[in-house]
Design a protein around this ligand. Structure first.
Ligand SMILES: Nc1ncnc2c1ncn2[C@@H]1O[C@H](COP(=O)(O)O)[C@@H](OP(=O)(O)O)[C@H]1O
Ligand SMILES: [Mg+2]
Length: 358
């Protein structure tokens, strides 16, 4: 009898693909810091986004050729920009894991040439939906954090019939150490990777883990758990850096009503979900700043599962679970509240009071 856990292969490929793509994003950041990447006027985030997306999709194509993919980028810009295309192709071609078995046997044939690069990128144009297997991919989530040398994440998740089954977040700039205090390293602009880089992973029903990001094969993983909030007054909020992405004054009112005195930790990207999942922070709030913006599924799918599998609950401000089955956006949801399951109801109540939803 086979003892392979459900989604074991999907998890392994997803983690290795994210790990490999992070080699590219880190290289692009470091070369930008040295001033060698942006000489063609292309933003490092554009180069990193396209390069990481191509590497990750090529691994999905080789291993799960029938699955649909919803990814943030598409090839249109590269079709007309020959210089940018060849710059990205050069980086993609050179980026390999240090572990030859993982690189060749597991991740497959890679991207073949410049024409294939365009094809691979456009495999991410699925409309998503409620039926079948759909991967969601954000090659660089937290683009502003990436540019600052702060937090960003490579976010990959597998949906099956609209439910998240596998979630992987590569966070190159978070401390490896799960016990490290939560710090907003906005503008950190560190060029030293020592002690940084972590992959958070989860499979539905199997808990959540963290492991060092590394560059070869997968290092050993450790289970992670959200921290118990014994007293709301000593809890900490995690919020977006961008005031345009989450309403900070409403969050301050919510904190005050809950008796929370610590200032919020602001960081970019789904590194927020990973951080609270390993108990480095407690509550992630994302409060809508406009009635028209629809959150994107690739900005939340991996984080949603990782937090729930670490003992948390994730809903929108109306108390509904995030619905990843309605297309490329979370059209049926409004904002996000992620908290340990035991206190989620209490937080939701205060959110609804402040937002006038009850
Ligand atoms: N008005 C808005 N409200 C909420 N999120 C927004 C937004 N405009 C853009 N975003 C999303 O916020 C993501 C970053 O999240 P955070 O603010 O938590 O760091 C962005 O992802 P990218 O950085 O991949 O573009 C983008 O998709
Ligand atoms: Mg994003």
């Amino acid at each position: 009898m086979s003892t392979t856990a459900p989604y074991a292969r999907e998890l392994e490929i997803a983690q290795l693909a994210v790990q490999r793509a992070a080699i590219l994003t880190k290289r692009v950041f470091h070369e930008k810091a040295k001033g060698t990447v942006s000489k063609d006027d292309a933003s490092p985030v554009t180069i990193g986004d396209f390069g990481a997306q191509a590497l990750i999709i090529s691994a999905l194509r080789a291993n799960f050729p029938h699955d649909a993919i919803v990814a943030e980028e598409e090839a249109a810009q590269l079709r007309s920009d020959e210089k940018l295309r060849s710059l990205i192709w050069g980086l993609v071609k050179e980026t390999k894991l240090g572990d030859a078995h993982a690189e060749e046997e597991l991740l497959g044939g890679g991207v073949k040439d410049e024409a294939d690069l365009l094809e691979v990128l456009d495999l991410g144009r699925s409309e998503g939906g409620r039926v079948g297997r759909v991967w969601t991919l954000d090659p660089i989530d937290g683009t502003k954090g990436f540019l600052r040398g702060g937090q960003y994440a490579l976010a990959l998740a597998l949906l099956e019939d609209g439910d998240v089954k596998v979630g992987v977040l590569g966070c190159p700039n978070l401390p490896v150490d799960d016990e490290a205090p939560l710090a907003a390293d906005i503008g950190a602009n560190q060029t030293d990777d020592e002690g940084r880089g972590v992959i958070f992973s989860s499979v539905i029903g199997q808990g959540a883990t963290s492991r060092p990001l590394g560059t070869a094969g997968l290092a050993e993983s450790k289970p992670i758990q959200m921290k118990e909030v014994k007293e709301m007054a000593s809890a900490s909020f995690c919020e977006s850096v961008e005031s345009g992405h989450s309403n900070q004054s409403e969050a301050a009112q919510i904190a005050q009503k809950l008796g929370i005195t610590k200032p919020s930790v602001r960081m970019d990207s789904q590194a927020k979900y990973g951080s609270i999942a390993r108990g480095a922070g407690d509550i992630y709030l994302r409060l809508p700043t406009s009635k028209t913006y629809q959150e994107k599924i690739w900005d939340h799918a991996a984080g949603d599962l990782i937090v729930r599998e670490a003992g948390g609950q994730v809903t929108d401000t109306k108390g509904r679970r995030l619905d990843f089955g309605v297309g490329r956006t979370l059209a049926e949801n409004s904002g996000v509240i992620a908290a340990p399951a035991a206190v989620h109801g209490q937080v939701l109540e205060v959110v609804q009071e402040v937002l006038g939803l009850k």
